[in-house]
Each structure stands twice: as structure tokens, then as C-alpha cells.
Design a protein around this ligand. Structure first.
Ligand code: AMP
Length: 278
């Protein structure tokens, strides 16, 4: 496994690597959700590249950039065991050198949901993903359904800018109690950790209404809210949404493929999760 910190050496390593080459972009503090993407990439591709970069551009003021969990040594050990070929670990000045001034704006799809709660977040995500694609030039890139809106944003970015990268979306990996795995879960205290699965329970209850024949989006979201409201440790519900899968516009009438998602604060952690209606 080669560990590279400079864009130029990463570009060279990728240029000479066996194809197809797959990229798994991450912010590190790796868990089984990340490793499922790596496994999928290894199954599909001759070369597996992983990036680890806590991207300052996607954190807003007052967000948890400084506190975001970091464990580079542990991450590299996990990636070594997974048979990864190339790891790109650039510093912030390597990604955003002095004079950097070009940003990728994906339009309205990046302004809803997470984008409304975190202004500028998807501008930061789209920009760093475009830059990683530029350095690595992957044939495929792997993203988790856990960050549902991010998969929509990145797919649109690849399509709109003709980047020639196939975006592959892999299912959300969950703990035994349903909580979606996330690097940020490490910042929950034991009591909050016990409460955290309420988010998935609420979304699953909403999906259950759909499966029983409910088609009114307001009614489905109402069920999700009621379950969330039953958990006193939740600090606040940012949104409950039932949205079209490609535009993320809110639906009035539920339809197959729609994304039911929610975000809520639990202690210092902002939890997000989603399920798809089938
Ligand atoms: P992050 O390090 O949080 O930026 O995540 C890197 C990639 O891993 C993103 O594509 C995430 O959607 C994905 N990911 C994070 N958590 C999970 C999970 N529990 N299941 C599947 N994919 C995940």
C-alpha cells in the first residue's frame, strides 16, 4: 500500500495503475461503513484508491471541524488489511493552496435539506470531490447511501461536468440496533448512544406507513416526527423530509424511490439518516 501526500505523486501513481481504478473518498476515522465501500471497490476494480481528507471547505463556522474525529494510524492499518493499493492523505494547503478561488456550485439540489441547515456545505463537498477526481482520474467512485443528499450532489456533479466517472452508491451500514455508522457517533456519550437509534426507528416507522398504503407525504413525515418527539434527549429536529430521489424536491404524494430523511441534534452530534421507499 502506497501512502501519498502530494497531488503530483498521487496523479503519477494513479496514471500508472491498473484499470479500472476505483476511488473511495473519506474524511477518515474509518468504520465498517467506509470499509464496505472499500470492499465493493476492491470487488469491482483492479486498483483501489482511498482518500483521507477532513475537508475544511465543507464545514461551516461553529461546526465541528476542529473536533472531527481523526485517527490516521488506525485508518492506515485498516486500509492495509483491506488490500488498498493507494491512499491519498493531502494536507489542507496541498488541496487549497494560496490563490485557490474556483468553486463548484451544484445549484438548488445542494441548497435543500442538509444544504439549508449547513449553507455552503455542498459547495465544499462538490469542490473537493471535483478536485479529487481531477487528481485521481478514477473510473468509478464509491459513496454511501448514509449521506443520501451527497450521493445526489456527486452524481449530478459527475454528469453536469462530464467528468467521466461512474458514481456507485452502496447501502448504509448500521449497528445492530439500527444506528447508521458514522465517525461522529464516537462523540456521543453512553446515554446519548443508547438514544441515537431513535432516528432510524422513526424513519423505519415512516417507511412502514408507506408499506401499509399511506401515500400522503405529510402523514408519513408526521409519523417520523412523532417517534422523534418521543425521545427527550434529542435537542431539536432540523427536518423530516420526503423528497424526489433526483431533485430532492419535497413531495406531496409519496412515490416509489422517494428518499425519507431526517436530521436531529443529539448532544454535540448532528445525526442524519435516510431510507428509500420501495
Ligand atoms: P465520511 O468519511 O463521513 O465523509 O464518509 C466517507 C464515505 O463513506 C461517504 O461516501 C459516506 O457516505 C460513506 N459512509 C459513511 N458512513 C457510512 C455508513 N454507515 N454506511 C455506508 N457508507 C457510509
Amino acid at each position: 500500500m502506497r501512502i501519498l501526500g502530494l497531488k503530483e505523486e498521487m496523479r503519477r501513481a494513479c496514471g500508472g495503475a491498473a484499470r479500472p481504478l476505483g476511488l473511495v473518498p473519506t474524511m477518515g476515522a474509518l468504520h465498517d461503513g467506509h470499509l464496505s465501500l472499500v470492499g465493493r471497490c476492491r470487488d469491482d476494480c483492479a486498483t483501489v484508491a482511498v482518500s483521507i481528507f477532513v475537508n475544511p471547505a465543507q464545514f461551516g463556522e461553529g461546526e465541528d471541524f476542529a473536533e472531527y474525529p481523526r485517527d490516521l494510524d488506525g485508518d492506515l492499518e485498516l486500509l492495509r488489511r483491506c488490500g488498498v493499493d493507494l491512499v491519498f492523505v493531502p494536507g489542507a494547503a496541498e488541496v487549497y493552496p494560496p490563490g485557490f478561488d474556483t468553486w463548484v456550485d451544484v445549484g438548488p439540489v445542494g441548497e435543500r435539506l442538509e444544504g439549508a441547515a449547513r449553507p455552503g456545505h455542498f459547495r465544499g463537498v462538490a469542490t473537493v470531490v471535483a478536485k479529487l477526481f481531477g487528481v485521481v482520474r478514477p473510473d468509478r467512485a464509491y459513496f454511501g447511501q448514509k449521506d443520501g443528499q451527497q450521493t445526489v450532489v456527486v452524481s449530478k456533479l459527475a454528469r453536469d461536468l462530464d467528468l467521466g466517472v461512474e458514481v456507485v452508491v452502496a447501502p448504509t451500514v448500521r449497528e445492530g440496533d439500527g444506528l447508521a455508522m458514522s465517525s461522529r457517533n464516537a462523540r456521543l456519550n453512553p446515554e446519548q448512544r443508547r438514544a441515537a437509534p431513535v432516528l432510524y426507528r422513526a424513519l423505519a416507522a415512516g417507511r412502514g406507513e408507506w408499506e401499509r398504503g399511506e401515500r400522503d407525504a405529510g402523514a408519513i413525515c408526521g409519523v417520523v416526527r412523532r417517534v422523534l418527539d418521543s425521545e427527550p434527549l434529542l435537542g431539536g429536529i432540523d427536518y423530516v423530509s420526503l423528497a424526489a430521489p433526483d431533485t430532492l424536491e419535497e413531495l406531496v404524494v409519496a412515490a416509489p424511490g422517494a428518499m425519507l430523511s431526517a436530521a436531529a441534534q443529539l448532544g454535540v452530534v448532528r445525526l442524519i439518516d435516510n431510507v428509500m421507499l420501495e
